[in-house]
Design a protein around this ligand. Sequence first.
Ligand code: C2E
Ligand code: MG
Ligand code: MG
Ligand code: MG
Length: 292
Amino acid sequence: TSKSSGRNRFNYFTPAMQDHAQKRIMLIQDLKVAIIQHQFELYYQPIVDVNNKQVTKAEALIRWRHPTMGLIPPADFISIAEDTGMIIDIGNWVFYQACKQAAQWKTQFNCDVQISINKSPVEFRNESTDIEGWLKHMSQLALPTKNICIEITENLLFNIEPNVEAKLLAYRKAGMQMSLDDFGTGYSSLPYLKKFSVNYLKIDQCFVNNLAAGSNDLCLCEAMIVMAHKLGMKVIAEGVETENQRRLLTLVGCDYAQGYLFSHALCRDDFEQQYLMATQEHKRISNSQLLT
Ligand code: C2E
Ligand code: MG
Ligand code: MG
Ligand code: MG
């Protein structure tokens, strides 16, 4: 049997798997080059205040502009970046880029857009995450720390290590905002919400997809919103695609919504054109009205 299982084991490595492994190795090589050559771009998805329809927040979502394969979504390379440790360099780039962008929007359009960035648990567990350096960078840009929001997932809080906890506290102490992303899909973070206050709870899109009046999903959304509010958090619903979903979420007290109903993630130019230039124009109009 050892012979046959040996042969079986050999057979497990199918041509399809070899293909997959080769693709992965190529992707790792390309990703190393991408970091050196800055082939990444941040796209910005507006987060809408459901009560006044204003956009004062945006989530930065990374894309990789590959020289031959085009625009690659994060789902295709973040886990490889995590496994290889390259997420540290990528995460630093995202942080600096988001700060630079928020500072530029502040000076150019005179508006405080709060940009949220996604941080992988791997980044928190790594020793070289340089919070001091980040804070120094923000003060050099004259960017208020509250203009940056860090999105973490529940899984980071599960069995939290002391050094990770220290980093979270350092962010909070510095005045950076925090969101709990994909809420309701990870390991339960409820015990940790006793200790850690985050500013925003993001209801995962799996609760939003099939929202209907009287549905279990709507009950769950309402319960999450009530809990969040009692703990002093605001709620952002993710993946809002229909007017009916928006209406039901508003009905049960949701504060912010994000999704294709409002907008996809936009490149910087499009975001400026659709959300910031209009604001500036509006301000200019109201200023000139004041003058006359
Ligand atoms: P996430 O943080 O939960 O981001 C929301 C994802 O849902 C984004 O996908 C967004 O484009 C998508 N989305 C937004 N509205 C809708 C909608 O109405 N319907 C549907 N079906 N989807 C919607 P994206 O940009 O592909 O990002 C996927 C995930 O990749 C993110 O999920 C986040 O976990 C990760 N990610 C993105 N950027 C970064 C980054 O800079 N660093 C790290 N570590 N992870 C990132
Ligand atoms: Mg997110
Ligand atoms: Mg999410
Ligand atoms: Mg998600």
